[in-house]
Design a protein. Structure first.
Length: 125
């Protein structure tokens, strides 16, 4: 009897003694690693596989442009600015796609750009 089995309450040991050993493994679909129980798999997923996060307007204006974009700008000028900074980690393919699909007009300030992003998102829903 292992140390772990000795620590299990006697009633629990009695109730599980006749149960067959479980051969089912819990497998991570991304890494292909097997885990003995579901809790270990859940912990692995929580630590290693972060859920996809939606890009917010604030991410684009403050993260991508760092609050330093000079307005007014046309859509073409904004897209050019984004593509010029595409090596920044904040400039994801999703951000570039959002900006390329903005309504084709002139944006007077950050609030106007935010409205354009919302219009673009509403058109793609």
């Amino acid at each position: 009897m292992s140390k772990e089995e000795k620590e299990i309450h006697p009633e629990v040991q009695e109730s599980i003694k006749d149960m067959p050993n479980r051969t089912t493994k819990f497998i991570c679909k991304v890494f292909g690693i097997g885990f003995e129980d579901g809790n270990m798999l859940d912990s692995h997923i929580a630590e290693m596989h972060h859920p996809k996060r939606t890009v917010t307007i604030n991410d684009i204006i403050n993260g991508v442009f760092e609050g330093r974009i000079n307005f007014p700008k046309t859509k073409a000028e904004i897209v050019k600015e984004i593509e010029k900074n595409k090596d920044k980690p904040e400039v994801t393919p999703e951000v570039i796609d959002i900006m390329r699909n903005l309504p084709d007009r002139r944006y007077n300030d950050e609030a106007d750009l935010a409205v354009g992003i919302e219009q673009q998102r509403g058109a793609t829903l």
